[in-house]
Ligand binder design. Structure first.
Ligand code: SAH
Length: 274
């Protein structure tokens, strides 16, 4: 057991007032990646409206009597619509609850937190936003790939591979995206990655460009598949969501920086240094 009971939260963390909604990022999976603001929110919330990608161990940090409302897809049933979630948040806040809207990763990165925040503003409900560690940042880190690296890239682009209509986004300038930053990190792109890999090659990326799929990043089920753009369509078929796709030179650094893969070896060495 390495948990220290003498951890004292910093003074001045905000008080969760009744009638407020806090939009909180839970991080991508590993419960250790939630922020202290997130834990502070859990400690005070009356109602928690949470998404499918939130680890139940995070919910265990809430007050025992806090109401937990699942707002994701379950057992093949369609997920509640965005409008119905926003309406629910407004209703709960107006009833005087402290409402914690807990979302995977960061609420404002491909998380529709902006839509919920706009609905709250429209209804006159006060709110706070607590950022979370987004999947692209945590997923690259846990796979041993810096999102930026001085010799490799001075820019990185986050892209969704899935538009509102469920297709490859067509409102993107693919030529600009392909050539704008050496490293591209895609969310929600597994289904369409075959088409995306084609577009990237049509716009100038080489067929042997390194690609990594990082699935269930930061969880016990994390799986990393490394390949190249010309083989990525086939590899994508074997990847189970959720996953991010990393395209570009930093993928190569995993050969040296896969700290998670080396952890067992390093621990064994530390325990038996000879
Ligand atoms: N707001 C979230 C993103 C939600 S969109 C964030 O900031 O991370 C859902 C997409 O996020 C998934 O399709 C996948 O591309 C990515 N994602 C979320 N959790 C993930 C995880 N643990 N591992 C890999 N990708 C993840």
């Amino acid at each position: 057991m390495t948990w220290q009971t003498n951890i004292v939260p910093p003074k001045g963390l905000p008080v969760f007032e009744p009638g407020w909604v806090w939009l909180v990022g839970a991080g991508p999976g590993d419960p250790g990646l939630i922020t202290l603001h997130g834990v502070n929110a859990l400690a005070q919330a009356d109602v928690i409206v949470y998404d499918a990608l939130v680890d139940t161990r995070i919910l265990d940090m809430a007050k025992p009597h806090a109401e937990r409302i699942f707002a994701g897809k379950r057992g093949g049933k369609p997920s509640p619509t965005q409008t119905s979630i926003s309406e629910r948040l407004v209703e709960l806040a107006k009833a005087g609850h402290r409402v914690l809207r807990l979302k995977g990763g960061d609420p404002f990165v491909f998380g529709r937190g902006g839509e919920e925040a706009l609905a709250l503003v429209g209804a006159g409900v006060p709110f706070r936003v607590v950022p979370g560690v987004t999947a692209a940042i945590a997923g690259t880190a846990y796979a041993g790939m810096p999102a930026t690296h001085r010799d490799a890239n001075s820019a990185v682009t986050f892209i969704t591979g899935h538009s509102m209509t469920g297709e490859v986004p067509d409102n993107l300038n693919w030529d600009a995206v392909t050539n704008g930053a050496p490293v591209l990190i895609f969310y929600m792109a597994i289904k369409h990655f075959g088409r995306i890999a084609e577009k990237l090659q049509e716009c100038g990326r080489p067929a042997d460009e390194p690609v990594a799929f990082v699935a269930s990043a930061t969880t016990a089920d994390q799986k990393v598949h490394v390949c190249t753009l010309d083989t990525a369509a086939e590899v994508a078929k074997k990847v189970s969501p959720p996953a991010i796709v990393v395209v570009g030179p930093v993928v190569k650094l995993r050969e040296q920086l896969d700290w998670l893969g080396k952890a067992a070896e390093w621990q064994a060495k530390a325990a038996d240094p000879v």
